[in-house]
Ligand binder design. Structure first.
Ligand SMILES: [Fe+2]
Length: 372
């Protein structure tokens, strides 16, 4: 069995979205081919309250997906941008065109991982989860959250039924092409626990990969086609993971792709550019394989995020506030520098699992209090 998994698709004007013949030919060699539909199609639903933009897709995107014979993963941080109305409209449109889907549901009871079997008797299951970033409403409708304990149990259950679990996970640091040391270790742990292959998306850039315990892991497939302004060349590049299932194991080949924002064409990347990207991925792999090197890169990356992290640390909810957070955090920075201990309770609340759990529940409950 051969399965293709591509990264994020966001198309607010899908009339221009097309696929090169080479890409269509590649998908034709596969039993199933997935893209990550990053956001619902346009509907009557209202935008939900969240951080980050609320985005929706041109309904035509469903036609483009159907005519290319693609399937979709839906566990991502935008699928609930327009609440259960947006999700219901999207699921109905996908179902009407017979598009296979997994990763988002209108109720907890509907959740089911997608099983695929070929005529040779190879059987896999696509396990699609997303980091907890506005992915569910209060009733639990939406995408299942990426939770290590749940994933381990699920992997074991599927394996006991003779299914090879392929984990398609949505998470990581946006615009960074490496996993954090913790995310790398969690992926390796899932590989040791029985996952047959692990691919991530959400980082928006082609990211590092490795093989751990015989299990291929991609830490970010990048964008498949993401129509949003971004001057970083990597934003228009992606990887399609070709997963080959044979004798109870999965091997992975990564095929670089490119998206041309002006024409709307997604194609297999020309060989000169692909060669450059592949060399870059090899360099990233050597970083992932070295604890010291990955730690150093993580520290460097987090230094670049200090200003954005400061936004989260702003007291009294000014982070999304009526006073611009940029103004506020600049004004507060000298104060916080003089009073570093002021941030210690925040550090303790987010670093310690038990404290973070309390903080999360309290803040979730706070969202349910009517706002003025
Ligand atoms: Fe995302």
């Amino acid at each position: 069995m051969k399965i293709a998994v591509s990264g994020d698709l966001f198309s607010p004007s899908a009339g221009r979205l097309t696929f090169s013949q080479e890409l269509l030919d590649l998908w034709a060699t596969c039993d199933s081919s997935f893209v990550n539909l990053e956001g619902p199609i346009e509907s009557a639903g209202a935008p939900v309250r969240k951080t980050g933009p609320n985005i929706f897709q041109d309904p035509l995107v469903v036609e483009r997906i159907a005519s290319a014979g693609l399937s979709v993963t839906l566990a991502n941080n935008h699928i609930m941008d327009f609440g259960i109305d947006g999700l219901s409209t999207t699921l109905a449109a996908l179902d009407a065109r017979g598009i296979k889907r997994t990763g988002a549901y209108t109720s907890r009871e509907e959740r089911v991982d997608l099983e695929l079997e070929d005529s040779d008797g190879d059987a896999v299951v696509i396990v699609n989860r997303c980091e907890a970033e506005w992915v569910q409403d209060a009733s639990g409708a939406g995408a299942p959250v990426l939770d290590l304990v749940e994933l381990c149990r699920t992997v074991k259950q599927h394996k006991s039924r003779g299914l090879l679990p392929i984990l398609v996970l949505h998470g990581g640091q946006e615009m960074w092409d490496l996993p954090s040391p913790k995310r790398r270790d969690q992926a390796r742990f899932l590989a040791e626990e029985g996952a047959a292959a692990i691919v991530y998306h959400h980082t928006h850039v082609p990211s590092a990969w490795e093989v751990w315990d015989g299990v291929p892991i991609s830490y970010g497939l990048g964008n498949f086609s993401f129509s949003m302004e971004n001057s970083d060349i990597r934003f228009s590049q992606g990887l399609t993971a070709i997963l080959v299932v044979e004798s109870g194991r999965v091997s992975m080949e990564l095929v670089p792709t490119a998206f041309d924002a002006s024409s709307g064409l997604v194609s297999v990347m020309p060989s000169d550019q692909a060669g450059y990207l592949e060399r870059k991925l090899m360099a990233l792999r050597s970083i992932v394989e070295s604890d010291a090197s990955l730690e150093a890169h993580w520290n460097q990356f987090t230094r670049s995020q200090a200003f954005a992290a400061g936004k989260l640390a702003m007291p009294l909810g000014y982070s999304s506030g009526r006073v611009g957070w940029g103004v506020m955090s600049r004004a507060m920075a000298p104060v916080l520098r003089r009073l570093p201990n002021e941030l210690d309770p925040l550090l303790n609340a987010v670093r310690c699992d038990s404290h973070r759990e309390v903080l999360t529940t309290v803040l979730e409950a706070r969202r349910k209090v009517p706002q003025e």
